[in-house]
Ligand binder design. Structure first.
Ligand code: WTA
Length: 655
């Protein structure tokens, strides 16, 4: 990490937008001025301009009981109506909403009129199943149009969705279903990944099986989309095929207005403990900032742009920048089911060429893996439609930034590096492409209306040229409203550290350069970032110790050239187990075990079987030292260890 930081400090290149770009841009310096003059009035103005309120709001922000915010509290709206019907009513029903590309090469195009009709039918199905205001619906689907339709249908009836990434295991799905008390699960038989069908329905069956004593089965129905054509088991009365019930439902459905603070979704994300947090977002403020940031950060011209965000709907990026932001803005977008390299390494560039994508939003880890393959692959495709590139999920190193601009963006497109989190709901820090001179590696400036600072441990501003902790100093419309079922944890995790100042603690380290631009430096807590996905060391450790062979485990995020960080585990095996098994086989078994328990993304890159773990006298594991070993560095200061010899033993065992 430190060598990367030194490197960042040397980076001084700047890329101002071209005159032509500025001339057509939807943003201007005036946005910053208006927001600075009156922040709340600015957000009210954005909300009125970008959304249609069934009942207009008269209040903007209620911050009388921090950290519990209410935005636009007395207003009423329907989120799905804002993403669909109103565009049709405005005469844009024939505009393409989704260009969907399946991994095997099949495709479908849905206009706003068609997507609206589909969502109305699904809404009728949901209501027919007794799903309505406040009920929770788990969505466990591949990237198919039905995934977007399902989210919007849930929103339309005032229910709350909890999308669970299709790569998560049955166990992960189960705990999320139970925590939210979901009444319905929407899934598919399977979906295409890496050239084959990956089944989903069996995981749902498993997640719903065997409720023990004291455990409640809240799920009444499972709605199943046929996609993979794989054989699935069926529970009559509980399971329903989408293709049986949706086309048969009425295409008439009136969107009811719900209060601005009506919960819209729960999205589980990793924290510093073993238990994922259900981040809760609500309607009016969330949709305002999703639409606002999508419009200005991506310089959206909805009549002409073709936008593509490669995120899966299982992540917050897929919520805000596939489903809600783009559709609220009436954009035309591409969604793609599969992996970037199936069936060939140029698959993404082929899709950009095919649909003439003009705005492209992806993660640094993807860019770095394309860099590895080389420029000859993208060079085979016509990428001249691209006019703006975005990055999200982790810091983008200057080399990857420059490669992205040169090779994918023909050396001309602006790049927006967007910093935000599941908790922030929408982009918080980013260049505005028609205004900001961009700097490779820096996320740069808070969006107009957003207040960010970098402070030291005591909450004091560090000032230009210094590093510290990133904080958000004022409430923002799309902020999380809490953790599902756990208000205490919400306060503790985000607000306790800087309680005196009333700042939101993001968990990220950052530096302000001499111009006051922000450089993100990674997490300061035990959260890892692997390929832009958040994973908790504690969650993986508890999965490892749940295996019968394991006595103790410690997990660290080690720097990785492609994935940013990689999961590396150090495991002490029980004596009895060790004598009966081969250590290499055990390590592999544990890797697969974590994959089954949590999901393939959490599978450790390396599992080292060791005899001891480095602990302080008070018994705390010193992960810092393990990280040194995992990154092949000389081991740092060991003086606080209870047994200072332990690190040389571990190093020897790892080699
Ligand atoms: C990291 C993803 C540097 C950061 C939207 C944050 C970033 C965590 C950037 C949130 C960026 C996200 N530069 N770091 N542009 N974007 N991060 O909740 O550590 O999956 O706290 O949200 O990703 O991850 P999450």
């Amino acid at each position: 990490m430190s060598s990367q930081i030194d490197h960042l400090l040397d980076e001084t290149r700047q890329f101002p937008p071209s005159e032509a770009f500025v001339a057509q841009s939807v943003s201007s310096p005036a946005l910053y001025e208006r927001a600075a003059a009156d922040r709340e009035a600015f957000w009210a103005e954005q909300s009125r301009e970008l959304l249609e309120w069934h009942k207009p709001f008269t209040q903007v922000l209620d911050w009388s009981t921090p950290p519990f915010a209410k935005w636009f509290d007395d207003g009423e709206l329907n989120v799905a109506y804002n993403c669909l019907d109103r565009h049709v009513e405005a005469g844009n029903g024939d505009r393409v909403a989704l260009h969907w590309e399946g991994e095997p090469g099949d495709s479908r195009t849905l206009t706003y009129a068609e997507l609206t009709e589909e969502v109305k039918r699904v809404a009728n199905v949901l209501e027919g199943l007794g799903v309505g205001h406040g009920d929770r619906v788990a969505i466990y689907l591949p990237m198919i149009p039905e995934a977007v339709a399902a989210m919007l249908a849930v929103a339309r009836v005032g229910a709350i969705h909890s999308v669970v990434f299709g790569g998560f295991s049955a166990d992960s799905l189960r705990s999320r279903i139970d925590d939210a008390g979901a009444k319905l699960v929407i899934t598919a038989d399977g979906g295409y990944r890496k050239g084959r069908v990956s089944a989903l329905k069996p995981a749902v069956d498993q997640a719903l099986a065997d409720r023990g004593e004291g455990e409640q089965q809240t799920v009444e129905h499972v709605l199943v989309v046929k996609r993979g054509e794989n054989e699935v088991e069926w529970q009559d009365g509980r399971d329903l095929w989408w293709h049986d019930v949706v086309p048969a439902a009425s295409a008439e459905h009136t969107a009811e207005a719900f209060p601005a603070e009506n919960p819209l979704f729960i999205l589980y994300t990793s924290g510093t403990t073993g238990k994922p947090k259900g981040i809760l977002h609500t309607s009016g403020g969330y949709l305002t900032q999703a639409a606002y940031s999508h419009k200005y950060v991506f310089d959206l011209h909805p009549e002409t742009d073709v936008y593509w965000c490669t995120a899966d709907i299982g992540w917050i990026t897929g919520h805000s920048y596939v489903t809600y932001g783009p559709l609220a803005n009436g954009a035309t977008q591409v969604i793609y089911e599969g992996t970037p390299d199936s069936p060939h390494p140029g698959r993404w560039w082929e899709i950009i060429e095919k649909y003439k994508v003009s705005i492209f939003y992806t993660a640094p880890t993807a860019i770095r893996s394309f860099m590895k393959i080389g420029r000859s692959v993208p060079a085979k495709f016509d990428l001249s439609s691209l006019r703006l590139l975005g990055s999200v999920g982790e810091p983008i190193n200057p080399e990857a930034w420059i490669w992205y601009r040169d090779v994918i963006g023909a050396g001309t497109t602006p790049i927006v590096d967007t910093w935000w989190q599941t908790e922030t709901g929408a982009i918080m820090v980013s260049a505005l492409p028609g205004v900001t001179a961009t700097k490779p590696g820096s996320a740069q400036v808070p969006l107009p209306g957003i207040s960010i600072d970098v402070v030291d441990e005591s909450g004091e501003e560090v000032g230009k040229g210094n590093g510290g902790l990133l904080v958000i100093t004022e409430p923002w419309p799309s902020m999380l409203r809490g953790i599902w079922g756990d208000p205490e944890r919400y306060k503790e995790t985000y607000w306790e550290k800087f309680e005196k100042q009333g700042y939101y603690f993001a968990g990220d380290g950052a530096r302000l350069d001499d111009d006051g631009d922000l450089w993100l430096l990674g997490r300061v807590d035990d959260v890892m970032n692997v390929s832009g996905h958040r994973l908790s060391t504690a969650e993986i450790e508890s999965s490892l110790v749940a295996h019968e062979a394991t006595a103790e485990a410690a997990v660290v995020g080690a720097a990785d050239e492609t994935t940013g960080q990689a999961v590396v585990a150090f495991v002490i095996i029980k004596e009895s187990y060790l004598s009966a098994h081969d250590p290499a086989g055990l390590a592999q078994q544990l890797r697969l075990w974590v994959g089954e328990q949590i999901g393939a993304i959490a599978r450790p890159r390396d599992v080292y079987i060791v005899g001891e773990l480095p602990k302080t006298r008070s018994g705390k594991i010193m992960r810092r030292l393990l990280r040194d070993v995992a990154e092949g560095r000389e081991v740092g200061d060991t003086t606080t260890l209870a047994d200072t010899a332990v690190m040389s033993i571990i190093s020897a065992q790892v080699k």
